[in-house]
Design a protein around this ligand. Structure first.
Ligand code: CIZ
Length: 433
């Protein structure tokens, strides 16, 4: 059996000096378990300085038989365990996962598509989410009470999601509430029926923050429906507090005609987030100071180079990229948008894509009629997604075969209830015509 060539293979070759490629960190060549048990970063690929926040879950070291197994052995073990478990398990693989994981997934998709896919499998007692922590939480919120959601490596978090912790957001909300309630209607609706502010959280956030939105009249958005969700919010509020990703918030608001001067940036730990009262009163979208370490790497210079090297190139970037990059690209959209754009191209096309490298390389392999490359020439996978190594998948599956559920992600019932309210509002929101 040959394990398919993947970003991982390229990393191994480049670290051994056997290819021209460069990686963002030589530690990518290490097994993620080298970084378990509380090392001070997120492990392989963490050259982008994704610091693990205090009290985030720590993965205990998995048994040596998994750490020491060859790629082929792990592959066979996963297949065998999955066969034994049959319909009692469903494996979900995010677009940003490595191929060695994706090939075992029953579903490949974005975080929301995957959580919804899991709800179609009531017969599955275990949902193994090969993605990151907030995704497993969302699956737990949407799944049945008798299903266990498992995250193969507990340290697979999302540094952007971690940039908005509940305490800082509550603190921000208290300050905004104090400011806006000085108006004639307090925090109640004005003559047009709009309240002063509504919280909107990106899917890449903890369940606790989704619940915060549920409790405070707010809503969740994904990168596919951010505009629809902002329209929903502006029908109900004069302004929006958008977290954690400033770039998705800014890019979406800009595309809706909102001026940059009406989008102040909120810096946690500073009074009024480092803004003046006037700026917050004139705000339409208050942006949290969060970002994705991978999408932040894309630059206008890379786009200019792609245009020189490949005249006619079609540049598509993710809306988590900085605004200047999104403006310089031909198109921007979610992972699913990017996948569909490539799939829909009828003529051989050159695509330069600004999103996570595993997904880009997979598209390149799936659509050989096109030339598809990642805008960032350095191989830098999402360091937290990369923690889902096949060794962890083999381990959680074999534990299930032995009748044990390990690494279960359980969202507390009250949080579940309120998070579901915010997710259901998102589902009910319809695009304006
Ligand atoms: O929601 C997701 O899965 C992410 C991280 C991005 C996207 O565009 O799908």
């Amino acid at each position: 059996m040959t394990v398919t060539a993947s970003v991982n293979t390229r990393i191994q070759l480049s670290v051994k000096g056997q290819s021209q490629d460069t990686t963002c960190s030589t530690s990518l060549a290490s097994g993620p378990w080298e970084f378990d048990k509380g090392m001070p970063d997120y492990g392989p690929g963490a050259s982008v300085a994704d610091v693990i926040p205090t009290n985030s879950p720590i993965q205990a070291q998995i048994p040596a038989k998994y750490r020491e197994a060859s790629d082929e052995e792990l592959h066979e073990r996963i297949i065998a365990a999955k066969k034994t478990l049959g319909d009692s398990v469903v494996i979900l693989g995010h677009f940003y996962q490595r191929d060695e994981i994706v090939q075992h997934a029953d579903y490949l998709g974005d975080s929301y598509q995957l959580a919804v896919a899991a709800t179609k499998h009531a017969e599955a007692k275990a949902i193994v989410f090969c993605g990151v922590h907030f995704m497993a939480e969302t699956a737990d919120v949407l799944s049945n009470a008798d299903q266990s959601v498992i995250l193969p490596n507990l340290a697979a978090g999302c540094s952007m999601a971690d940039m908005a912790d509940t305490d800082s957001v509550e603190e921000c909300w208290a300050q905004l509430t104090e400011l806006y309630s000085r108006g004639p209607n307090g925090m109640g609706p004005n003559a047009e029926g709009k309240v002063p502010v509504i919280p909107v959280t990106y899917m890449n956030s903890s369940a606790a923050l989704k619940a915060f939105c549920g409790r405070n009249g707010g809503i969740v958005c994904t990168s596919s429906n951010a505009k629809t969700v902002l329209e929903w919010a502006f029908e109900r509020a004069e302004r929006v507090l958008f977290f954690p990703d400033q770039h998705l918030g800014r890019n979406t608001a800009l595309s809706m005609g909102i001026a940059l001067e009406n989008m102040p940036l909120w810096h946690g730990r500073k009074s009024l987030g480092g803004n003046t009262e006037t700026a917050l009163e004139q705000a339409k979208v208050i942006l949290w100071n969060g970002f994705c370490s991978v999408h932040k790497r894309f630059t206008v210079g890379q786009i200019e180079k792609a245009r020189v090297d490949f005249p006619g190139v079609r540049v598509i970037v993710h809306p988590e990229c900085p605004m200047d990059v999104v403006l310089a690209a031909d198109e921007n959209g979610s992972t699913d948008y990017i996948r569909r754009a490539v799939d829909a191209a009828t003529e051989p096309t050159t695509f330069a894509i600004g999103t996570e490298v595993n997904m880009v390389q997979r598209l390149a392999a799936q659509y050989p009629q096109h030339k598809i490359f990642c805008l960032d020439p350095v191989i830098c996978p999402c360091s937290t997604m990369y923690r889902i190594h096949p060794a962890y998948l083999a381990w959680v599956l074999e534990e299930l075969v032995a009748g044990r559920v390990v690494n279960q992600i359980s969202v507390n019932p009250e949080v579940q209830l309120n998070a579901k309210v915010a997710l259901e509002r998102m589902l009910a929101a319809k695009p304006s015509v």
